[in-house]
Design a protein around this ligand. Structure first.
Ligand SMILES: Nc1ncnc2c1ncn2[C@@H]1O[C@H](COP(=O)(O)OP(=O)(O)OP(=O)(O)O)[C@@H](O)[C@H]1O
Ligand SMILES: [Mg+2]
Length: 353
């Protein structure tokens, strides 16, 4: 099956005053039709730069790129501005954390959706407005016809996010990129928006790239997950691979930060000790090693992203631990997270027998 979008060895560097910052380092993944792919990782791991590069939004005099992002017969990394214009809001739509960055405060929301439709399709105003109202209704805005005449500030945060989704869908995109679409919302609204996104890709076959720093957010909706750390993919697999057989200690740490309803609640949620490395001066070995409770001698060399059985297994991880050892280790402390009691001595140099 040809992928809807194939990101291949994508690398993005920014020249800064302090040196060259490699924000995205050899990132590859595929997105299939109707699939929801989650990208997770801490702040600064390169999630947004990856997404924005796909949309052609990171270009600038200080930026340099290699690798490809293939959409049909177009490579979005090298596409011309004109080609990108046609793709943005057409074949690929994006929704952001803060809808106000994409909505114009002085225009009625219905008109904004109409403009968007008419920029890409030759539809008359009337028909475009009917479609805008339909879309608003579709994403759960009550009294859509009336509400189409409201201004963005007259909507609550959750409703504005729905307007953004309606706008994103107005051109029947093949791909929807949602960058932290629910971070600013309360949990109930967050769940509704995520359910809405989930339905859209099932019903309309849209491929969704959902970016978040929170594994809990994608647990219900994702088919596959890419875990990013310091600009690299450190683990990639199906939702069940990541939640039930996670290979990378960083993923264990992220999972440890997800509250579990099926277990006794810990006193406090474990967080991953330490901070991510500088992207200007990256560690030469495994980038997670300085924070890893299971690091050993091998970790001074960079691990490759590999699967246990490349023939049959699409679950990959970037870690030197043998899989058997990893499976044994990660239950330390009775949770999937970092061993809480060892946190103060993290990095004590566990050996890989
Ligand atoms: N235009 C730019 N110039 C220089 N550095 C940049 C630029 N854009 C992003 N960066 C840097 O690239 C790194 C990755 O940033 P990115 O926004 O992709 O992180 P993220 O994973 O989306 O984090 P968050 O969860 O906080 O949104 C950061 O260190 C950021 O400061
Ligand atoms: Mg971001």
């Amino acid at each position: 099956m040809t992928a809807l979008l194939a990101v291949e060895h994508l690398q993005v560097e920014f020249r800064t005053e302090e040196g060259v910052l490699r924000a995205v380092d050899d990132v590859s993944f595929e997105l299939q039709r109707g699939e929801l792919l989650g990208i997770v990782g801490e702040s600064g791991s390169g999630k947004s730069v990856t997404a924005m590069t796909i949309m052609g939004l990171t270009r600038g005099p200080n930026a340099s790129f290699s690798g490809r992002a293939v959409l049909g017969d177009l490579d979005l990394v090298t596409a011309s501005e004109r080609q990108l214009e046609r793709v943005r809001g057409g074949r690929v739509a994006m929704i952001f954390q803060d809808p106000m960055t994409a909505l114009n405060p002085v225009h009625r929301v219905g008109d904004q959706i109409v403009e968007q439709i008419r920029a890409h399709q030759s539809e008359n105003r009337r028909a475009a407005m009917d479609r805008a109202v339909d879309l608003l209704d579709r994403v759960g805005i009550p009294r859509a016809k009336e509400r189409a005449r409201s201004y963005p500030h007259e909507f609550s945060g959750g409703m504005r996010q729905r307007v953004m989704i309606a706008m994103a869908l107005s051109c029947s995109p093949e791909i929807l990129i949602a960058d932290e679409p629910t971070t600013a919302l309360d949990v109930t609204t967050q769940a509704q928006i995520l359910a809405e996104i989930g339905t859209l890709r099932k019903e309309l076959g849209v491929g969704v790239l959902l970016i978040t720093h929170d594994l809990g957010v994608i647990a219900d909706v994702a088919d596959r997950v890419v875990v990013m750390y310091a600009g690299q993919v450190v683990e990639q697999g199906s939702l069940s691979d990541i939640f039930y057989d996670p290979r990378h200690p960083y993923t264990w740490g992220l999972l440890g930060s997800v509250p579990r309803l099926d277990a006794d609640r810990p006193e406090r949620l474990p967080t991953i000790p330490g901070t991510p490395p500088s992207l200007l001066r990256r560690p030469t070995g495994c980038r997670f090693a300085p924070r890893c409770a299971w690091r050993f001698e091998a970790c001074s060399r960079p691990p490759a992203l590999k699967s246990d059985d490349p023939e049959t297994d699409e679950h990959t991880g970037r870690c030197w631990l043998d899989l058997d050892v990893a499976r044994e280790r990660r239950v330390v402390g009775g949770t999937l997270g970092l061993p809480v009691d060892d946190r103060t001595t993290a990095g004590g140099g566990a050996a890989n027998p």
